[in-house]
Design a binder for this molecule. Structure first.
Ligand SMILES: NC(=O)c1ccc[n+]([C@@H]2O[C@H](COP(=O)([O-])OP(=O)(O)OC[C@H]3O[C@@H](n4cnc5c(N)ncnc54)[C@H](O)[C@@H]3O)[C@@H](O)[C@H]2O)c1
Ligand SMILES: [Zn+2]
Length: 355
């Protein structure tokens, strides 16, 4: 078990990572949420039967009264009605500003638990317990919380940092293979944009990291540090944090065009593959490195291309909330560990992506 400090400018907190890490919950909650009498555990129908009792026992053991709210698993629940139900549950249970929320689940859960906490009584504490690989390495850390609306994903939300993030590696055992692979999309992304050492480690592991708990703990911890190194410089996503969107400008368009039926991490991988090819054509990336990057993605069963047209990408990117003014921020990797943000006009992006 180990602790990585997450130094977000607005709030520094610990990310505790390891097999059995959930056992620190009771003590840490008492310490970090002084005066708390009540907690709302937010979780969903797949995760509740597996881990809800365990988490509840930890809190009750520390003398905290627990209420839970279990929603139907899946992105389709990530809306305002689910949040309203959480607000009502807390109000009915008589929560005050010193009480707190626990998010137990994948990124859908941690995004919503964070948003409910950010908004209830103008903000109460949240403790995140991510259970998917994607939520451990990405969604539950860094303080972005939110929900979807009809017009698009994550269009409403708040920056709200957790008090602590507890990542119990043993929870990953029950994660379906395809959901694990999806999380690898963000892991590989971190390796490409900031962490050549992680890239080498993933190459050496030769595609099998699930079975080796110590290795998995290492890899998760490296990813948390990677994200921390970016967020500490730009918590509110106005500058360098945008490099975390590598593969996402294109990935989001593919995801949206599929009506959100294609998983996020898979779409990001496709976006990275398309960017790698475009960078080689434009002379930003040498062919050998590009080959190495795509080989790594294939090793972890990620796709490296998609048949979306450059025209469809540009049209979709122009609707994305990440576009600023008339230009689109495109993230390029010229060498593992070196990402750069380049603003392109729609015409420039079209030229860049066209063969
Ligand atoms: N806030 C951020 O910075 C950020 C970053 C990336 C993604 N996200 C958000 O995260 C969401 C995607 O996260 P996700 O892939 O974790 O989705 P998810 O929460 O839907 O979880 C994926 C699937 O795995 C299941 N699951 C989770 N943990 C499990 C476990 N231990 N055992 C068995 N099944 C388990 C879930 O029930 C679900 O079916 C999206 O809504 C995305 O917008 C947020
Ligand atoms: Zn992502």
């Amino acid at each position: 078990m180990r602790t990585v400090r997450f130094p977000a400018p607005s709030k520094e907190y610990d990310v505790v990572i390891g097999n059995g890490a959930v056992s620190v919950l009771g003590t840490e909650a008492k310490k970090l949420c002084p005066g708390a009498l009540k907690a709302l555990i937010v979780t969903e129908t797949n995760v509740a039967p597996l881990y809800l009792d365990r988490v509840k026992n930890e809190l009750e053991g520390a003398g905290i009264e627990v209420t839970d709210y279990v929603f139907e698993a899946g992105e389709k629940s990530k809306g305002i009605e689910t949040i309203a139900a959480m607000w009502n549950r807390m109000a009915e249970a008589g929560f005050t500003r010193t009480d707190f929320v626990v998010g137990l689940g994948g990124g859908v859960t941690t995004d919503m638990a964070g948003f409910a906490a950010a908004t209830f009584l103008r903000g109460i504490s949240v403790i995140q317990i991510p259970t998917s690989l994607l939520a451990m390495v990405d969604a539950s850390i860094g303080g972005k919380t939110g929900i979807d609306i009809a017009k698009g994903k994550n269009q409403v939300g708040a920056f709200w940092q957790p008090s602590i993030v507890i990542e119990d590696i043993s929870f990953l055992k029950t994660l379906p293979d395809e959901v694990f692979t999806e999380g690898m999309g963000e892991v590989v992304k971190h390796a490409f944009i900031v962490d050549p050492e992680l890239l080498e480690k993933l190459e050496r592991a030769n595609g099998s990291i699930r079975e080796d708990e110590a290795l998995l703990e290492d890899i998760v911890a490296m990813n948390v540090s990677d994200k921390a190194s970016v967020v500490k410089e730009d918590e509110n996503d106005n500058g360098r944090r945008q490099i975390l969107n590598y593969g996402h400008t294109i990935g989001h368009v593919i995801e949206r065009d599929s009506g959100y039926t294609k998983p996020h991490g898979i779409c990001v991988a496709k976006g990275m593959g398309i960017m790698i090819d475009a960078c080689v054509r434009a002379g930003f990336l040498d062919a050998g490195t590009a080959e190495r990057m795509k080989d790594l993605m294939k090793l972890y069963k990620l796709p490296v291309s998609d048949d979306i047209t450059p025209e469809a990408i540009v049209a979709g990117a122009m609707n994305d909330k990440k576009k600023r003014g008339g230009s689109i921020s495109v993230i390029l990797v010229n060498k593992p560990g070196q990402a750069e943000i380049k603003k392109m006009s729609p015409e420039e992006l079209l030229r860049f992506l066209s063969k």
